[in-house]
Design a protein around this ligand. Structure first.
Ligand code: AHR
Length: 499
């Protein structure tokens, strides 16, 4: 495959928030994940210092919190203050201790060095609840909620810039699901009140690649919005523990990802909002989270037939299977790199993406009592966040090899060329299970002297990392004279530095 490019022909400037993450109050993402006061790795605030280091190493730019489905019945006021009262979490059917709330989340983000991004409760919550939360976080001292924050030990405002109204309120699975008409009105009235507290907010609202939903949302609330949020999980259902194997995963790259982006772009353009409103892909992962019996009708059967203890073990115990590290293989790394490449190619409108989630469940960092396991997709973030430049160049592609799986034909190599301080960085994914691919780089205007390749890979497509087992990681090449030709190993994610 040959790529021809010049640094004067650009697609746009990528926002570093494409390398963002998501944390939800689900299973072990918060309690036993980032927050574990009893852990020997806990710092003075009870956060896992080894997890914070892992998220700093991949330059995490932003973290979305607290959900996800959890947020649609979340009362933020129960998560602040000296006395935290445990509550029953109706989204995930567990007890929420509320020992990790807004102030702990802000502290965590400060330690990681990332922006906090708060998703509000538009399920059972009201415009007043949402705007009260903005008061608590961002007003200096006016009103009861800023004074409450000060009383809780935070004299300075938290200064939370990124907020979204709601989470997947379009779906019947969501507590407080809405019809499109009522959604547009609720978003408008919530945005109105939130912006009257802090007009500098960047505001998103739950969306989906659906024309009717977007027309009604954007006609009612487009004036107040800076973002629309969409989500994507491709490899298997919430009940599909292992999800798709490598050959199926490959078929879910390319246009399967970009089609959703281009449909939302079309809706924004049709309403003349494509320059004003950006896309936040603020939940994405190859694999949907494993939580069978999540949908109520299925639950009633499970509940009727057993006592509560047995029910909980049967339904909730399944969630521990997300912790099986052999599920997360080179396929997760290859897909994740293809997803990020797709967002880079659409960086003029996709300005944020949050990997779902960052820690445990299907996340890139797995915690256990003696440390962490870095799953294959972690290393994709390590390469992209540290090496990719901000200017995305347009490329002319020739001799693009393809592979076919499950009746779909996709490009066998997915590559993006970026430019910035110090030179170029080219991400190149070889999706082929077995074939080595050659990538020729035709740099118009020349000037390159040296190149160095960094590769995420493992011995096979099923390679994975676990406690005491490291099969997947990064191999760093040496600087060598620039030849314009790169060899890509099978099933590998590569970033080539050029200077
Ligand atoms: O499976 C987890 C859920 O996926 C998140 O809570 C929700 O936002 C998405 O539907």
């Amino acid at each position: 495959m040959k790529l021809t490019f010049t640094r004067t022909q650009t697609v746009g400037t990528a926002d570093r928030m494409l390398y963002g993450h998501f944390l939800e109050h689900f299973h072990r993402q918060i309690y036993g994940g980032v927050y574990d006061p009893a852990s020997p790795f806990a710092d003075e605030d009870g956060f896992r210092a080894d997890v914070i280091e892992a998220l700093r190493r991949i330059k995490t730019p932003i973290i979305r919190w607290p959900g996800g489905c959890y947020v649609s019945a979340y009362d933020w006021k129960k998560g602040v203050g000296k006395k935290r009262v445990p509550a029953y979490d109706k989204a995930w059917r567990v007890e929420e201790p509320h020992t990790f709330g807004t102030d702990e989340f802000i502290k965590l983000c400060r330690k990681i060095g990332c922006e906090p991004y708060i998703c509000t409760n538009a399920g059972t919550g009201t415009a007043e609840d949402m705007s009260d939360w903005v008061e608590y976080c961002n007003l200096r001292e006016m009103g009861q909620y800023a004074k409450m924050r000060i009383e809780n030990g935070f004299p300075e405002p938290h200064g939370v810039k990124y907020w979204s109204v709601g989470n997947e309120n379009w779906g019947g699975h969501e507590i407080g699901a809405k019809e499109a008409e009522e959604w547009g009105r609720l978003v408008r009235e919530s945005a109105k009140m939130m912006l009257r507290v802090d007009p500098t907010l960047e505001l998103s609202a739950a969306s989906i690649a659906n024309l009717d939903w977007n027309v009604k949302l954007l006609r009612a609330a487009g004036d107040y919005l800076d973002w629309v949020s969409i989500h994507g999980y491709w490899g298997g259902t919430p009940d599909g523990l292992k999800g798709d194997g490598y050959d199926t995963v490959i078929t879910k790259t390319g246009s399967v990802i970009s089609d959703e982006i281009e449909r939302v772009r079309a809706y924004l353009t049709a309403l003349g909002l494509e320059k004003k409103i950006k896309i936040a892909y603020d939940e994405w992962n190859l694999r949907g989270w494993h939580h069978p019996n999540f949908i109520d009708t299925w639950n009633r059967g499970a509940y009727k037939s057993e006592d509560e203890k047995a029910y909980r073990e049967k339904v909730l115990g399944e969630r521990d299977k997300n912790d099986i590290n052999s599920i997360y293989t080179v396929a997760d790394a290859v897909f994740s790199a293809c997803f990020l490449n797709t967002c880079l190619r659409a960086c003029d409108i996709v300005r944020m993406a949050c990997f779902s989630p960052a820690v445990n469940t299907r996340g890139c960092v797995f915690t256990h009592k003696d440390g962490v396991v870095l799953r294959p997709q972690y290393f994709v973030f390590e390469l992209y966040a540290n090496l990719m430049k901000d200017t995305v160049l347009d490329v002319w592609r020739e001799d693009v090899p393809t592979i076919t799986g499950e009746g779909r034909t996709v490009d066998a190599v997915d590559a993006v060329v970026t430019y910035g301080e110090g030179g170029y960085a080219v991400s190149a994914v070889n999706k082929s299970r077995a074939d080595v691919m050659t990538l020729d780089l035709e740099m118009l205007g020349g000037g390159a002297k040296e190149m160095r390749i960094h590769t995420v890979n493992g011995p096979s497509v099923d390679s994975y990392n676990d406690i005491g087992r490291t099969e997947v990681g990064i191999t760093d090449g040496e600087w060598e004279p620039y030849t314009g030709r790169v060899t890509l190993a099978p099933h590998s994610v590569n970033v080539i530095e050029i200077r």
